[in-house]
Write a protein that binds this ligand. Structure first.
Ligand code: ASP
Length: 448
């Protein structure tokens, strides 16, 4: 039995850990502990969610332990972030170019394709705007004294040469246009997202227009995309250890009670934003454009929402979403077959809202008050990264790195967000799936 072996492994690791601690070889003791925990995660049958919870809890215990070897776990946390960063640029390029390039049905449907993309953009913009309004209203993390702590000082000096400052509108436009026009290879190398997205969209549309003779390239992009997904899945298997290290370092260097308080405010704002978007904005869009009321809408897609909530993956929910809108809301398959798969990759209302709120929250924790220019950048970047994020669990966590970097915030701060990422992922995925369903409904009832 795998579990017997993994329990035996962890018991042996525990004994080794205590023995090394007693021998005052603390750094070695924590290395042995991390190795044992990693082995346990790779062999146990416990689900990944439970492993992550376990990693987080052990991280908290570690951080509260006065003898904590902060430096030895900090390295592991940094490695985990480096792994995430490694995949962002190829993931975004391949996901978008392939998602658009393979929409042959949309090409046949002509204007419907353009309308779908436009509606996706508009609903995402509503979501981000809701998030930004709420953050400015509730100001989670404002006046935090945490910036004085070791964690924040280290992160700020290590990662961000120039912390975000307020941009004027002119600077913002110049920066955006300048970024968009960058050489795509250079952007891929530098991991700059906006030009990658723009290039990916252009590439996808061009391949779509070329048609059958470009089929091979589209298939190649699709295979590349699947490969990157596979690598992410491997990395996410290591998440429990990464999360242990990041949370351990965080708790050891930041007063725990304060952190919990600020995280509470953040979680409140994200969930409130998602609920407003899911229960007010999206039903209103559906009502205005199709006449379908909230009761009918939610009865129709209830099952998809439950599956989204429990799997944290729009892609995994896709078959259920398709069945729900076809059978319960009479969306014809010729519409659902192109609107939904595109939406599962491109349309992420909940993720976009989360990324915007999280960026402002992190800025507030660092004591940076982001003005209108920087908030516009966040508005943009949150949408763009949500578009590039695939519909798999924790994708938003991976792309969060980009959002933080884009406004000059230290990516180390991901350690704070990771603590509640899995929890919030359930809510944002639900909003993502609802957004896909509402747009399909609008396209089917109003324009097809
Ligand atoms: N899990 C989300 C989805 O599949 C993406 C995210 O991490 O926000 O839609």
């Amino acid at each position: 039995m795998n579990d017997t072996r993994s329990l035996l492994g962890i018991a042996l690791g525990g004994v080794l850990f205590v023995a090394l601690l007693l021998a005052e070889r603390t750094a070695l003791a924590y290395t042995a502990f991390l190795a044992a925990f990693l082995l346990f995660c790779l062999t146990t049958r416990l689900s990944l969610n439970w492993q992550i919870l376990l990693g987080g809890t052990l991280g908290v215990v570690f951080g509260l332990f006065p003898e904590s070897q902060v430096a030895s776990v900090q390295v592991v946390g940094k490695l985990f972030i480096a792994m995430l960063k490694m995949l962002i640029a190829p993931m975004i390029l391949l996901a978008i170019a392939h998602a658009i390039g393979q929409m042959t049905a949309a090409r046949d449907l002509g204007r419907l394709g353009a309308r779908t993309v436009l509606l996706y953009m508009v609903t995402m913009a509503f979501a981000v705007a809701t998030g930004l309004v709420l953050v400015n209203l509730f100001q989670p993390g404002a006046n935090s004294e945490l910036r004085e702590t070791q964690f924040f000082q280290e992160a700020a000096s290590a990662e961000a040469p120039a912390l975000a400052h307020d941009l004027s509108l002119q600077e913002f436009l110049l920066q955006t246009v300048y970024q968009v026009l960058a050489n795509p290879f250079d952007s891929l190398a530098q991991g700059r997202i906006l030009p990658i997205v723009v290039f990916a969209v252009l590439l996808g549309v061009a391949l779509l227009q070329i048609g059958p003779s470009a089929r091979n390239v589209v298939d190649l992009l699709g295979a590349g995309y699947k490969a990157v997904m596979r690598i992410i899945a491997w990395f996410i298997r290591l998440a429990p250890v990464g999360i242990f290290a990041l949370i351990g370092h965080l708790v050891a260097t930041v007063p725990f009670e304060n952190l919990v308080k600020y995280l509470g405010e953040f979680v409140f704002v994200v969930i409130l934003g998602i609920l407003i978007h899911a229960f007010l904005t999206l039903p209103l869009v559906a009502r205005v454009l199709t006449g379908v009321g909230p009761g009918e809408l939610f009865r129709g897609i209830r099952e998809a929402l439950v599956v989204a909530f429990s799997t944290s993956s729009s892609a995994a929910t896709l078959p259920v979403t398709t069945r729900c809108i076809e059978e319960n809301l009479d969306v014809p398959p010729r519409v659902s077959s192109f609107v939904l798969p595109l939406g599962a990759t491109v349309n992420m209302d909940g993720t976009a809202l989360y990324e915007a709120v999280a960026a402002l929250f992190v800025a507030a924790l660092y004591g940076i008050d982001l003005g209108i220019g920087a908030q516009l950048v966040i508005f943009f970047v949150a949408m763009v990264t949500a578009i590039g994020a695939p519909g798999i669990p924790s994708a938003g966590m991976v792309t969060m790195v980009v959002v933080l970097e884009s406004v000059g915030l230290p990516v180390e701060a991901i350690g704070i967000l990771i603590t509640i990422d899995r929890f919030l992922d359930t809510f944002r995925t639900m909003a993502n799936v609802e957004g896909d369903a509402v747009v399909s409904l609008c396209i089917a009832r109003r324009w097809s």
